[in-house]
Design a protein around this ligand. Structure first.
Ligand code: PLP
Length: 455
């Protein structure tokens, strides 16, 4: 049974607000990913691990702003750090260099094995875009490789084959480049080569054939935050890219601070050439960062006025400087929130406790689904996981086609009726303020949702 409605009379204000939004905002949402049928739920307040919607329904939040809110909503320490910093500096932003940029860069260099230097951006997308531009400038080659099913933000070079259908995806060992949006010029499809995740042999064949044109391979070391690269695969990829003079970019926007304080690269003990960060790094404010090896990062460093801009259409720019700019880059209040977030995570075995709590939720859910004879597994790492309704192995994007996503969708919508907030079919992220009671209530709600879905 596929259910696409909410219990009647429960989300009335949400629906009314969504109808109003649709008159003035295309689709009623400010990011396409925030839409789901029958309609998104409109929130008005949040606190700790909870969201409250415009109908006054309370939810235990496992979306956590797509994983960004590892300290939950409105953590006292984050609120204090940001308001005090604003009072102390007397402004919201200087528009000049300031100390917190240096402090955060020093912190990231300490935590991330692949990072010697850092540049800040305002989003994860800007970080992956800058990393790719740096790689192209540094290597003098123009194409990039990305893996099928991996998301790196919504720009043309990488908005390909993130979510292709079974019909269009092509040979599993040599996937097609499928645009995920209208408006991507066809010639751009040729600039990105699509690779099969966790298939070292097929990846190697494609890389060897295209090495002379490939500046970089970008990868989510844990696809979608929940399908881990197999150690043999990722170690093989590191070696292969080194041998073939292709840079390796780890997109750790999701995994940074969530699977380890030092990201997936600390778990796998691999040094990528460049790393993109975002989400947790901003403590709930918009952020991104690119870090990497010094000689690559230095390609964005101007040393004279003429490195910055061309004037009057006549280029005075040195060819070897990569342009990187942004009005809000390195925003002090964002970095105050991010630094306080990292401090919180470093204290008192916080990460360990968070991971243990996540494991307890995962194993309780697995046990519950077993009791109802529903094929199910949880996969993920650290504080993120997903629920996959299958017994089959899940090693890449295509394996997800085997899962019973219509049952999952029905359960997810019922969970929204029962006060558990997960975007249908999305992964679960936990925060340091989720309680044992939250976990118990979540498991109980799953049981009610399962019973309703299978009856
Ligand atoms: N890379 C990954 C792995 C992501 O998960 C995301 C966002 O979900 C991005 C890049 C883009 O980040 P942002 O939404 O901050 O632009």
């Amino acid at each position: 049974r596929i259910d696409t409605s909410f219990e009647s009379g429960v989300k009335v204000q949400s629906e009314a607000m969504f109808q109003r939004a649709k008159q003035v905002i295309p689709g009623g949402i400010s990011a396409n990913i925030k839409y789901f049928p029958p309609h998104p739920i409109v929130m008005k307040q949040a606190n700790g691990s909870h969201l409250i919607d415009v109908d006054d329904q309370r939810y235990i939040d496992y979306l956590l702003c797509y994983g960004a809110l590892i300290t939950g909503h409105g953590h006292d320490r984050i609120v204090k750090a940001t308001t005090e910093h604003m009072q102390q500096i007397g402004t919201t932003i200087f528009g000049t260099p300031h100390e917190l940029e240096v402090k955060m860069a020093e912190k990231l260099i300490n935590l991330y094995p692949g990072i010697d230097m850092v540049r800040f951006t305002n989003s994860g997308l800007e970080a992956t875009l800058l990393a790719i531009r740096m790689a192209i400038a540094y290597t003098g080659k123009e194409k990039i490789g990305k893996f099928e099913g991996h998301y790196h933000g919504g720009f043309n070079q990488v908005l390909l084959s993130v979510n292709p259908s079974e019909k269009e995806a092509g040979n599993p060992r040599q996937p097609h480049a499928i645009p995920e949006s209208k408006g991507i010029p066809t010639h751009e499809l040729k600039q990105t080569i699509i690779l099969p995740f966790n298939d070292l042999e097929a990846t190697e064949n494609i890389l060897r054939e295209n090495a002379h044109q490939l500046a970089a391979i970008i990868i989510e070391p844990i696809q979608g935050g929940f399908i881990p690269a197999e150690p043999e695969f990722i170690n093989g990829l590191r070696k292969l890219t080194e041998d073939l003079d292709i840079l390796l970019i780890f997109d750790e926007v999701k995994t940074g601070f969530r699977v380890h304080l030092g990201g997936a690269q600390s778990v796998y003990q691999i040094k990528p050439d460049l790393t993109a960060l975002g989400k947790v790094l901003g403590g709930g404010f918009p952020v991104g960062a690119v870090g990497g090896k010094k000689d690559i990062m230095m390609i964005s460093a101007p040393t004279q006025e003429s490195d910055i801009f061309s004037v009057g259409g006549e280029s005075r720019r040195k060819n070897d400087v990569v342009f990187h700019s942004g009005t809000y880059n390195g925003h002090p209040i964002v970095l105050a929130a991010g630094l306080e977030t990292i401090r919180l995570l470093e204290e008192d075995h916080t990460m360990e406790k968070l991971f243990n709590k996540t494991s307890r939720l995962r194993s309780s859910l697995e046990k519950l689904y077993r009791q109802y004879d529903i094929p199910m597994k949880t996969i993920g790492m650290g504080s993120i996981f997903n629920i996959i309704l299958t017994n089959q192995p899940i090693r890449n994007y295509r394996d997800m086609w085997k899962a019973n996503s219509s049952l999952r969708q029905t359960i997810d919508l019922e969970l929204l009726n029962l006060g558990i907030y997960v975007k249908p079919l999305n992964r679960y992220s936990l925060s340091i303020v989720h309680t044992e009671e939250d976990i118990n209530q979540t498991v109980e709600a799953h049981e009610q949702a399962i019973v309703k879905a299978i009856m």
